[in-house]
Design a protein around this ligand. Structure first.
Ligand code: A2P
Length: 282
């Protein structure tokens, strides 16, 4: 295949994954299994979300599955994602266990949660899980550019997504560029900095001018970059607020002011260092 044909194929894949993934999802990291989680998922779906993100290590797949069922929204209208816990060895067996807990016959996206013990060893098992129909798409989370390069050099089925911590304060431009070059959609977790970014002066100033909230400004920044985003909340009114991001626009000046908040130096890594990493989802 020529370079331009390869490039065209990657761009096509990027477009088809973007078409499939609802741009706004509910993140469920740190929501304990139980009624709080069932309610958050149910409310999100009632309020129009069509994308719910969980992981084996969150320990809440049972409640996520219950919330999806209790919402009454048809299964094929909801994009459900979970993540393989790479301290275990077998992505296929772990996918089967996830599906049992979720009470579903497949997930829409199954990701390697982080590149533990190397970037490539788990991928054949992820491909097998897809072949068996356990996941419609497979992807990764917390992978750097180097790790994406290693993986895509060996993959038979290309990863659809790399889910990483991403916000104006963690504007990993190098990683975003490399994902796009490879035809992989970068997805943003902790877009509010787990709440830390909401009090920032620049974010607040833009929010006040637009008569929006800081959370909406941070989420809109992702939407305008075509980056699927999964804010977490267990409060119905915040889940609703976080969905009101498709009826306003940030100006070029707003986007530039937000871009300038980056503290990563436009890194191509998925997290800064071990200390930082232990604070991010992983
Ligand atoms: P809570 O779950 O109590 O509503 P992130 O998505 O970056 O991980 O951020 C999640 C954190 O931000 C949670 O602590 C959540 O609190 C809080 N949060 C989510 N949405 C909002 C909002 N619209 N306004 C204020 N805090 C929010």
């Amino acid at each position: 295949m020529s370079t331009s044909e390869l490039e065209e194929k990657r761009q096509e894949r990027l477009l088809s994954v973007r078409r499939e993934i609802p741009p706004l999802g509910l993140g469920t990291w740190q929501i304990p299994d139980g009624p709080e989680c069932v309610n958050a998922v149910r409310w999100a779906l009632e309020l129009g979300y069509r994308h719910i993100d969980t992981a084996q290590v969150y320990g809440n797949e049972t409640s996520v599955g219950r919330g999806v069922r209790e919402s009454g929204v048809a299964r094929d209208e909801v994009f459900v994602t979970t993540k393989f816990y790479p301290s275990s060895r077998d992505p296929v067996a772990q996918a089967e266990a996830s599906l049992r807990r979720l009470g579903l016959d497949h997930v829409d996206l199954y990701m390697i949660h982080w590149p533990r013990r190397g970037a490539t060893w788990a991928w054949p098992g992820m491909e097998r899980a897809r072949e068996l129909g356990y996941a419609r798409w497979i992807g990764v989370s917390n992978f750097s550019s180097d790790q994406m390069d290693q993986l895509t050099a060996e993959a038979t089925v290309m990863p659809a997504v790399n889910q990483v911590q991403f916000s104006p304060f963690e504007y990993r431009r190098g990683l975003l560029d490399e994902c796009e070059r490879l035809g992989v959609v970068l997805e943003a977790y902790s877009p509010l900095g787990t709440g830390r970014h909401l009090g920032d002066a620049t974010v607040t100033r833009i929010a006040e001018r637009l008569e929006r909230t800081p959370a909406q400004v941070l989420l809109r920044w992702c939407v305008q970059r075509e980056i699927p985003v999964i804010p977490k909340s267990t409060h119905r009114e915040r889940i609703e607020e976080n969905a009101q991001i498709f009826d306003f626009t940030l100006t070029d000046e707003d986007m530039a002011a937000l871009d300038a908040l980056d503290r990563t130096g436009g890194t191509d890594r998925a997290y800064a260092d071990r200390r930082h990493r232990s604070r991010s989802r992983g």
